[in-house]
Design a protein around this ligand. Structure first.
Ligand SMILES: Nc1nc2c(c(=O)[nH]1)N[C@H]1C(S)=C(S)[C@@H](COP(=O)(O)O)O[C@H]1N2
Ligand SMILES: [Mo]
Length: 194
């Protein structure tokens, strides 16, 4: 075999190797960018009322009524998070499927970390929340739609942001801030206490 032929063979091999590396890297990127929901495969939400339990998958939630609105929260330490656009299922639609409620009912929202937040019945439909403007001065008469949010700014909610599902207080216009403590991350269980 001549010197030139050997060099050609080496160049061809190196080129092939490079192509394989590019393909491997590319497929790596593609699987990472793929449907964000695949990382939550097997996830479900438990609904509990009067000793009876049922479950909803993420796909089930996405077939339910949808609300999109403005999300903006402030933590107890005064750090603001947002504004962003949130999308989810109104909590009232979920609670309706669970059973009858009245003014004395309570809804318990659990995070998978055992965090628990309790709502009075009026809060399920958006009443009785404290709202602030961007200077954190209290403002009144804001329309709030509480949702189980699965999308933020058009993207699936990441684990870091409390995904796949976070309880969110969405407003019909921008610049309204709500208390972060109620924004339960990693919602795993909803109980209706009639
Ligand atoms: N599951 C769960 N949700 C939670 C909490 C928590 O500890 N666990 N902390 C709450 C509090 S006190 C605040 S201020 C916000 C903080 O939201 P952030 O982590 O997006 O900044 O999440 C709320 N939701
Ligand atoms: Mo907080």
């Amino acid at each position: 075999m001549g010197y030139e032929k050997k060099t050609m063979k080496l160049i061809t091999s190196l080129f092939m190797l490079l192509m394989i590396m590019v393909m491997v890297l590319f497929s790596g990127c593609m699987t990472q960018q793929g449907d964000g929901d695949t990382q939550f495969k097997g996830w479900n939400l438990t609904l509990s009322c009067d000793g009876k339990e049922s479950h909803l998958s993420l796909a089930d939630l996405k077939k339910m009524p949808v609300y999109t609105g403005n999300g903006y929260l402030v933590s107890t330490t005064g750090i603001k998070y947002g504004p962003f656009v949130g999308t989810g299922v109104p909590l009232s639609n979920i609670v309706q499927t669970m059973g009858k409620s009245n003014e004395n009912s309570r809804v318990y929202l659990y995070g998978s970390d055992e965090y628990l937040w309790v709502l009075e019945s009026g809060q399920v439909s958006g009443d009785g929340y404290i709202t602030f403007d961007e200077n954190l001065s209290e403002i009144h008469n804001q329309k709030i739609t509480p949702v189980l949010m699965y999308e933020q700014d058009g993207k699936s909610l990441s684990q870091d942001d409390g995904g796949p599902v976070r309880f969110a207080l969405l407003t019909d216009h921008a610049g309204v801030i709500t208390e972060g403590s109620g924004w339960v991350k990693w919602v795993s269980r909803v109980e209706l206490h009639q």
